[in-house]
Design a protein around this ligand. Structure first.
Ligand SMILES: [Zn+2]
Length: 260
């Protein structure tokens, strides 16, 4: 059974963008490995212990059936206009040389004999600088390691609009900028794989709940939405997050849209 490696920017991205796909692959008997570029920390890592968000990632990965979790060793680059100086113990991912990060990932791809790498689309989804970096690092690492297939996670722009309306109808605290949407995510026409993961919605929701520091965070826009998501009745959660999308890059790219 081929091994799947998923590259993500921060702990919790593995659930929101690919949780159902990872759970499905694991249920089908594939070895599933999650590599996270940053540990979700802006500052210095606590000495002698793993940062809380890495521990949450391990718990989430376990729920999804992931067998191995690795950190590429970078710090979170944060949002907003300013890229802060590096913490004393490591480089911010956005500032890392793509080639260096890609080599670290390529080592994992070779060691695992990965047949498939999951990464992010060219816009880094909603445009976070660490997510854009994941796109570049994923492309280069697949090239270096000769990984046969590369699927880049995204959401069709058209679907974001629909999901936002649905989220509002459910009184989820979301805010979205229709103008910015044109620059982010991917057009439906570019999407090669739409994966129905409703069967894994419960697992995906349970994995999301493992990210307690994000769910319970009192600041930031995402946190209240996360809190509501983990408390939604499973069928509603499945309605919102029961589908995952990918753009196939490289030689494996099919001409017509496929679903599975
Ligand atoms: Zn992220």
């Amino acid at each position: 059974m081929p091994t799947l490696v998923a590259l993500h920017a921060h702990p919790d991205d593995e659930v929101l963008l690919t949780g159902g796909t990872l759970a499905q692959a694991a249920a089908q008997g594939h070895r599933v490995v999650v590599v996270v570029a940053t540990d979700g920390l802006m500052g210095e890592a606590p000495e002698g212990q793993e940062p809380p968000r890495m521990r949450e990632l391990r718990a989430s990965a376990k729920v999804l059936g992931v067998e191995r979790v690795l950190h590429l060793g970078y710090a979170d680059s944060g949002r907003g206009p300013l890229l802060y100086p590096d913490p004393p113990d490591r480089t911010r991912f956005a500032r890392a040389a793509t080639e260096d990060a890609a080599r670290r990932l390529a080592d994992v791809l070779r060691e695992e004999g990965a047949e498939l790498l999951l990464s992010y689309d060219a816009n880094g989804g909603y445009g976070h600088r660490d997510h854009v970096k994941v796109h570049h690092v994923g492309r280069r690492a697949a090239e270096l390691a000769g990984t046969p297939r590369l699927l880049e996670a995204t959401v069709p722009r058209e679907t974001i609009g629909r999901l936002m309306r649905l989220a509002r109808a459910l009184r989820l605290p979301v805010r979205y900028d229709a103008e910015a949407l044109g620059r982010f995510w991917s057009a439906r026409a570019d999407i090669t794989h739409a994966v129905d993961v409703r069967r894994y919605a419960r697992q995906k929701q349970a994995a999301l709940a493992m990210h307690r520091s994000e769910v319970e965070k009192s600041d930031g826009r995402l946190a209240p939405a996360m809190r509501v998501l983990v408390r939604l009745p499973a069928p509603l959660f499945g309605l919102l997050l029961g589908r995952e999308w990918f753009v196939e890059a490289g030689p494996g790219r099919p001409r017509a849209r496929t679903s599975r």
